[in-house]
Design a protein around this ligand. Sequence first.
Ligand code: HEC
Length: 105
Amino acid sequence: MGRTRAAIFLLFLFALGAASADASELRDYGEYLSGECTTCHRIDGQDNGIPGIVGWDVASFVETVNYYKKGLRKNQAMESVAKTLDDEQIKALAVYFASVTPKTD
Ligand code: HEC
């Protein structure tokens, strides 16, 4: 391996490490924030009259919370919760809830 290629490879490894550290930090932040959600939404994903929000893909989760935030989807409780969240918090919650496996029985 030439010196340039070796350097590029090391950079790549470094970037990979940094990216995964970010992802787990984001998940931890989401877990920390999730206490506000799990007073209503069950963490096992079961619908108790309030829909389950675990195991979703990150993009649809972010999109859905933003619908409430912008008032495009109406629900008084969710609109007021969503309005308190910034983009990073919504992303963190999405990553955390996506990582939780719904209980299926
Ligand atoms: C006060 C109770 C309450 C709290 C707290 C709450 N939610 Fe909700 N949430 C609801 C209800 C009720 C619905 C269903 C509303 C509807 O029919 O659109 C809902 C719907 C949702 C949906 C869409 C579910 C679906 O199946 O389409 C998502 C995503 C969601 N909530 C995320 C969150 C997140 C993230 C938090 C915490 C930041 C949170 N909720 C906190 C009551 C709550």
